[in-house]
Design a protein around this ligand. Structure first.
Ligand code: UDP
Length: 216
Protein backbone atom coordinates (compact mmCIF):
# COMPACT_ATOMS: atom_id res chain seq x y z
CA UNK A 1 0.00 0.00 0.00
CA UNK A 2 1.60 3.28 -1.03
CA UNK A 3 -0.90 6.10 -0.72
CA UNK A 4 -3.63 6.71 1.85
CA UNK A 5 -6.12 9.48 1.05
CA UNK A 6 -8.61 10.72 3.63
CA UNK A 7 -11.85 12.60 3.08
CA UNK A 8 -12.09 14.57 6.33
CA UNK A 9 -15.76 14.84 7.33
CA UNK A 10 -18.15 11.95 6.70
CA UNK A 11 -21.30 14.03 6.89
CA UNK A 12 -23.33 15.37 3.93
CA UNK A 13 -20.60 17.07 1.94
CA UNK A 14 -17.97 14.42 2.64
CA UNK A 15 -20.30 11.73 1.30
CA UNK A 16 -20.63 13.79 -1.89
CA UNK A 17 -16.88 14.28 -2.24
CA UNK A 18 -15.80 10.62 -1.85
CA UNK A 19 -17.28 9.44 -5.21
CA UNK A 20 -15.79 12.50 -6.94
CA UNK A 21 -12.36 11.62 -5.52
CA UNK A 22 -12.69 7.99 -6.59
CA UNK A 23 -13.71 9.00 -10.11
CA UNK A 24 -10.75 11.40 -10.27
CA UNK A 25 -8.34 8.63 -9.27
CA UNK A 26 -9.80 6.24 -11.83
CA UNK A 27 -7.98 3.09 -10.80
CA UNK A 28 -8.90 2.67 -7.13
CA UNK A 29 -5.95 0.34 -6.56
CA UNK A 30 -3.54 3.31 -6.72
CA UNK A 31 -4.68 4.54 -3.34
CA UNK A 32 -6.71 3.53 -0.32
CA UNK A 33 -9.44 6.16 0.18
CA UNK A 34 -11.11 6.42 3.57
CA UNK A 35 -13.34 8.79 5.52
CA UNK A 36 -11.78 10.55 8.49
CA UNK A 37 -14.27 11.70 11.10
CA UNK A 38 -13.67 12.45 14.74
CA UNK A 39 -17.24 11.59 15.75
CA UNK A 40 -16.20 7.94 15.35
CA UNK A 41 -19.78 6.98 14.58
CA UNK A 42 -19.28 4.16 12.05
CA UNK A 43 -16.57 1.83 10.77
CA UNK A 44 -17.89 2.21 7.24
CA UNK A 45 -20.08 4.74 5.43
CA UNK A 46 -21.50 4.07 1.97
CA UNK A 47 -19.12 1.11 1.79
CA UNK A 48 -15.99 3.15 2.52
CA UNK A 49 -13.87 2.75 5.65
CA UNK A 50 -14.30 5.48 8.26
CA UNK A 51 -11.82 6.22 11.05
CA UNK A 52 -10.73 8.93 13.45
CA UNK A 53 -7.82 11.24 12.66
CA UNK A 54 -5.61 9.37 15.15
CA UNK A 55 -6.43 6.03 13.50
CA UNK A 56 -5.73 7.57 10.06
CA UNK A 57 -2.29 8.69 11.25
CA UNK A 58 -1.58 5.18 12.59
CA UNK A 59 -2.40 3.36 9.30
CA UNK A 60 0.52 1.96 7.32
CA UNK A 61 1.20 4.18 4.33
CA UNK A 62 4.16 5.60 2.45
CA UNK A 63 2.27 8.78 1.68
CA UNK A 64 -0.73 10.28 3.47
CA UNK A 65 -2.98 13.05 2.12
CA UNK A 66 -6.30 14.56 3.15
CA UNK A 67 -9.04 16.57 1.48
CA UNK A 68 -11.10 18.49 4.02
CA UNK A 69 -14.74 18.13 2.98
CA UNK A 70 -16.36 20.31 5.64
CA UNK A 71 -18.25 23.45 4.63
CA UNK A 72 -17.10 25.65 7.53
CA UNK A 73 -13.93 27.51 6.53
CA UNK A 74 -13.04 28.04 10.18
CA UNK A 75 -13.12 24.28 10.81
CA UNK A 76 -11.06 23.73 7.63
CA UNK A 77 -8.38 26.10 8.90
CA UNK A 78 -8.15 24.25 12.24
CA UNK A 79 -8.01 20.84 10.57
CA UNK A 80 -5.48 22.01 7.98
CA UNK A 81 -3.15 23.00 10.87
CA UNK A 82 -3.67 19.57 12.45
CA UNK A 83 -2.78 17.85 9.16
CA UNK A 84 0.32 19.99 8.60
CA UNK A 85 1.54 19.17 12.12
CA UNK A 86 1.37 15.45 11.22
CA UNK A 87 3.06 15.92 7.84
CA UNK A 88 -0.15 15.07 5.97
CA UNK A 89 -0.34 16.63 2.52
CA UNK A 90 -3.40 18.49 1.24
CA UNK A 91 -5.16 16.62 -1.59
CA UNK A 92 -6.89 18.65 -4.32
CA UNK A 93 -10.17 17.15 -5.54
CA UNK A 94 -11.37 18.11 -9.00
CA UNK A 95 -14.40 16.50 -10.60
CA UNK A 96 -13.68 15.04 -14.01
CA UNK A 97 -16.12 17.54 -15.55
CA UNK A 98 -15.01 20.59 -13.53
CA UNK A 99 -13.31 23.17 -15.74
CA UNK A 100 -10.30 25.36 -15.05
CA UNK A 101 -9.52 27.81 -17.86
CA UNK A 102 -6.41 29.98 -18.46
CA UNK A 103 -4.04 31.57 -15.94
CA UNK A 104 -5.72 30.27 -12.80
CA UNK A 105 -3.78 30.20 -9.53
CA UNK A 106 -5.48 27.77 -7.18
CA UNK A 107 -3.77 27.13 -3.84
CA UNK A 108 -3.67 23.75 -2.09
CA UNK A 109 -6.63 21.88 -0.64
CA UNK A 110 -9.34 22.86 -3.10
CA UNK A 111 -12.47 20.85 -3.87
CA UNK A 112 -14.05 21.53 -7.26
CA UNK A 113 -17.32 19.61 -7.41
CA UNK A 114 -19.08 18.35 -10.55
CA UNK A 115 -20.14 21.06 -13.02
CA UNK A 116 -18.09 23.78 -11.33
CA UNK A 117 -16.03 26.16 -13.45
CA UNK A 118 -13.15 28.54 -12.78
CA UNK A 119 -12.75 30.70 -15.87
CA UNK A 120 -9.66 32.72 -16.82
CA UNK A 121 -7.25 34.95 -14.87
CA UNK A 122 -8.45 33.99 -11.43
CA UNK A 123 -6.52 33.74 -8.16
CA UNK A 124 -7.85 31.58 -5.31
CA UNK A 125 -6.38 30.85 -1.87
CA UNK A 126 -6.11 27.69 0.23
CA UNK A 127 -8.90 25.18 0.93
CA UNK A 128 -11.41 26.63 -1.51
CA UNK A 129 -14.70 24.78 -2.02
CA UNK A 130 -16.80 25.17 -5.17
CA UNK A 131 -19.87 23.02 -4.64
CA UNK A 132 -21.87 21.62 -7.57
CA UNK A 133 -22.76 24.04 -10.41
CA UNK A 134 -20.80 26.98 -8.97
CA UNK A 135 -18.63 29.23 -11.07
CA UNK A 136 -15.93 31.85 -10.59
CA UNK A 137 -15.58 34.17 -13.59
CA UNK A 138 -12.63 36.16 -14.98
CA UNK A 139 -10.35 38.36 -12.86
CA UNK A 140 -11.76 37.29 -9.50
CA UNK A 141 -9.46 37.22 -6.47
CA UNK A 142 -10.52 34.88 -3.68
CA UNK A 143 -8.84 34.45 -0.28
CA UNK A 144 -8.24 31.40 1.91
CA UNK A 145 -10.92 29.06 3.35
CA UNK A 146 -13.72 30.46 1.18
CA UNK A 147 -16.79 28.29 0.59
CA UNK A 148 -19.21 28.34 -2.33
CA UNK A 149 -22.43 26.37 -1.72
CA UNK A 150 -24.15 24.83 -4.78
CA UNK A 151 -24.99 27.04 -7.75
CA UNK A 152 -23.07 30.19 -6.80
CA UNK A 153 -22.67 32.60 -9.71
CA UNK A 154 -19.60 34.70 -9.03
CA UNK A 155 -19.22 37.07 -11.98
CA UNK A 156 -16.05 38.79 -13.16
CA UNK A 157 -13.90 41.16 -11.08
CA UNK A 158 -15.24 40.12 -7.71
CA UNK A 159 -12.85 40.06 -4.72
CA UNK A 160 -13.73 37.76 -1.83
CA UNK A 161 -11.76 37.80 1.40
CA UNK A 162 -10.81 34.89 3.71
CA UNK A 163 -13.49 32.72 5.34
CA UNK A 164 -16.43 34.17 3.41
CA UNK A 165 -19.36 31.78 2.85
CA UNK A 166 -21.52 32.21 -0.24
CA UNK A 167 -24.90 30.44 0.03
CA UNK A 168 -26.74 28.32 -2.49
CA UNK A 169 -27.75 30.07 -5.69
CA UNK A 170 -26.33 33.47 -4.73
CA UNK A 171 -25.44 35.82 -7.58
CA UNK A 172 -22.53 38.24 -7.21
CA UNK A 173 -22.70 41.19 -9.61
CA UNK A 174 -19.77 41.76 -11.92
CA UNK A 175 -17.29 44.42 -10.78
CA UNK A 176 -14.76 46.31 -12.89
CA UNK A 177 -10.96 46.26 -12.82
CA UNK A 178 -11.05 49.77 -11.28
CA UNK A 179 -13.79 48.93 -8.79
CA UNK A 180 -14.20 45.24 -8.08
CA UNK A 181 -17.22 44.10 -6.08
CA UNK A 182 -15.83 43.09 -2.69
CA UNK A 183 -17.05 40.57 -0.13
CA UNK A 184 -15.26 41.11 3.19
CA UNK A 185 -13.57 38.53 5.39
CA UNK A 186 -15.94 36.18 7.18
CA UNK A 187 -19.01 37.60 5.45
CA UNK A 188 -22.01 35.35 4.78
CA UNK A 189 -24.12 35.73 1.66
CA UNK A 190 -27.51 34.07 2.16
CA UNK A 191 -28.97 31.59 -0.30
CA UNK A 192 -30.48 33.19 -3.37
CA UNK A 193 -29.09 36.63 -2.54
CA UNK A 194 -28.33 38.99 -5.40
CA UNK A 195 -25.31 40.99 -4.32
CA UNK A 196 -25.06 44.36 -6.09
CA UNK A 197 -22.92 46.29 -3.56
CA UNK A 198 -19.82 45.61 -1.50
CA UNK A 199 -20.38 43.45 1.59
CA UNK A 200 -18.41 44.53 4.71
CA UNK A 201 -16.29 42.02 6.66
CA UNK A 202 -18.35 39.84 8.99
CA UNK A 203 -21.72 40.98 7.60
CA UNK A 204 -24.56 38.64 6.66
CA UNK A 205 -26.59 39.77 3.64
CA UNK A 206 -29.79 38.33 2.20
CA UNK A 207 -32.37 39.10 -0.48
CA UNK A 208 -32.55 40.83 -3.85
CA UNK A 209 -30.89 43.26 -3.84
CA UNK A 210 -28.91 41.85 -0.92
CA UNK A 211 -29.16 43.81 2.32
CA UNK A 212 -27.74 43.24 5.81
CA UNK A 213 -29.75 40.70 7.77
CA UNK A 214 -31.59 42.27 10.67
CA UNK A 215 -32.27 39.67 13.33
CA UNK A 216 -35.59 39.88 15.27
N1 UDP B 1 -15.80 16.83 12.00
C1 UDP B 1 -14.67 16.15 12.45
N2 UDP B 1 -13.72 16.86 13.14
C2 UDP B 1 -13.85 18.20 13.41
C3 UDP B 1 -15.01 18.87 12.95
C4 UDP B 1 -15.97 18.15 12.24
O1 UDP B 1 -14.53 14.96 12.21
O2 UDP B 1 -12.96 18.77 14.05
C5 UDP B 1 -16.83 16.05 11.28
C6 UDP B 1 -18.14 15.95 12.04
O3 UDP B 1 -18.11 14.85 12.93
C7 UDP B 1 -19.16 15.80 10.92
C8 UDP B 1 -18.49 16.53 9.74
O4 UDP B 1 -17.13 16.70 10.07
O5 UDP B 1 -19.37 14.43 10.59
C9 UDP B 1 -19.08 17.92 9.49
O6 UDP B 1 -20.36 17.79 9.18
P1 UDP B 1 -21.33 19.03 8.94
O7 UDP B 1 -22.68 18.45 8.68
O8 UDP B 1 -21.14 20.03 10.02
O9 UDP B 1 -20.71 19.69 7.64
P2 UDP B 1 -21.02 19.50 6.08
O10 UDP B 1 -20.91 18.04 5.73
O11 UDP B 1 -22.37 20.07 5.82
O12 UDP B 1 -19.95 20.30 5.48
Amino acid sequence: MTQLIGVYGASGFGREVMPVLLAQLGDRKQARCVFVDDAGQDDAINGHECMTFEAFCAQPAERRAITIAIASGVVRETLEKKCIAEGILPFDVKATNALIMDEVELAAGSILCPFSTITSNVKIGRQFHANIYSYVAHDCVIGDFVTFAPGVKCNGNVHIDDHAYIGTGAILRQGTPEKPLTIGAGAIVGMGAVVTRDVPPGATVVGNPAKPLIKD
